[in-house]
Design a protein around this ligand. Structure first.
Ligand code: PMT
Length: 312
């Protein structure tokens, strides 16, 4: 009998640009594997759950993609090749520093006759230049691949395709699963084709459980990779137990627990051996420090040890 996750793939179509993305993933992975490079797959942002095939309405979640986008920059700094699998229109590495009006406010417009030039305000150059330099370096070296999803079904297809390409890296592959993937969805076969009409009264929406992908991911798709997942809770009293349960159940290397309201300044690392916290003080936050810097450094240390232990 097909498992719950296999059934999902057989009853949900891949996204329309799936084959293009698969090709890009394959080329990216082959190139970096040949070069002996380490690679990280970062998942980032929330998934949507459509309520109609021609989707007007959907269920969504809070995730902005800050964790994933910031972490991508730190992994690049440490020399990793990065697959950034993220929710369309969620935050991206580098551009995340210039969202909203911030970017416009950093520019100056000079109109002299028919010629127009745009420059960065002198007092903003020190902010823009280092970020632009890191962005250009990553682009020119082809060390980051951007792949986008919107729905939970897109995410499923792209996660599996990414893993299929990552398997060749064996222990040199790191999976950093920071996306907030929906736990509930409406199967494709139960979705109405067209926009739900209000004339028939308020609809009753019945959601089903999304299959747990972490099981095949660890045991079948990338059995030699270093897999790090995240656990988000709103109730502190269950955070560590839930994170440890998840680690034991799916047999991955590390679960990082965080609480919705404090996720920018506190996380708990739950490993097979122990738990420990990373906390940023108010002063550190105000000075511009990001918790992802420390999270990524600690993970890379463990990944390095893991690679060394599994050399034969
Ligand atoms: O994006 P931000 O606003 O910066 O917020 C970051 C974050 C809070 C979303 C992030 O730090 C985080 O905690 N992400 C995981 C949220 C969560 O609780 O996931 P989960 O318990 O539903 O899933 C556990 C793990 O399995 C996660 O790593 C998830 O990415 C992964 N998963 C879950 C289900 C599924 N079908 N596929 C998966 O890969």
């Amino acid at each position: 009998m097909a498992s719950h996750w296999e059934e999902f793939y057989s009853t949900h179509l891949p996204p329309t640009d799936f084959e293009d993305n698969r090709k890009l993933l394959k080329e990216f992975c082959e190139r970096h594997n040949k070069a002996g490079q380490r690679v990280v797959l970062i998942t980032s942002g929330g998934t949507t759950v459509p309520l109609e095939h021609n989707t007007v309405r959907f269920v969504d979640n809070f995730s902005a993609g800050t964790r994933g986008a910031a972490s991508a920059e730190y992994f690049l700094e440490h020399g990793y090749a990065v697959i950034f699998l993220h929710r369309l229109k969620s935050l991206e590495p580098f551009t995340r520093h210039f969202t909203g009006q911030k970017f416009m406010d950093m520019l100056e417009l000079h109109e002299r006759g028919p010629s127009t030039t745009i420059t960065v305000k002198p007092d903003c150059v020190d902010i823009v230049a280092p970020i632009l330099a890191r962005y250009k370096a990553a682009q020119e070296a082809g060390r980051i691949l951007y792949v986008t999803f919107t729905t939970v079904s897109d995410y499923f297809w792209l996660l599996r395709a990414s893993c299929e390409c990552l398997a060749q890296f064996e222990t040199k592959a790191l999976l950093y699963l920071a996306a907030a993937v929906s736990d509930f969805y409406i199967p494709s076969s139960e979705l109405p084709t067209h926009k739900i009409q209000s004339g028939a009264g308020a609809p009753t929406i019945s959601l089903q459980l999304v299959p747990k992908l972490l099981a095949p991911l660890v045991s079948l798709w990338v059995p030699h990779a270093y897999v790090v997942s995240f656990k988000l809770e709103t109730d502190e009293s269950i955070l560590i137990t839930k994170a440890r349960d998840s680690m034991n159940k799916y047999k991955h290397k590390l679960v990082i627990g965080n609480i919705l309201q404090t996720r920018r300044n506190r996380v708990v690392f739950v490993t097979p051996e122990n738990n420990y916290e990373i906390v940023l003080t108010r002063e550190q936050l105000l000075s511009g420090m990001e918790i992802e810097d420390t999270i990524v450094s600690n993970i890379i240390e463990s990944h390095t040890e893991f690679i060394a232990q599994h050399k034969y």
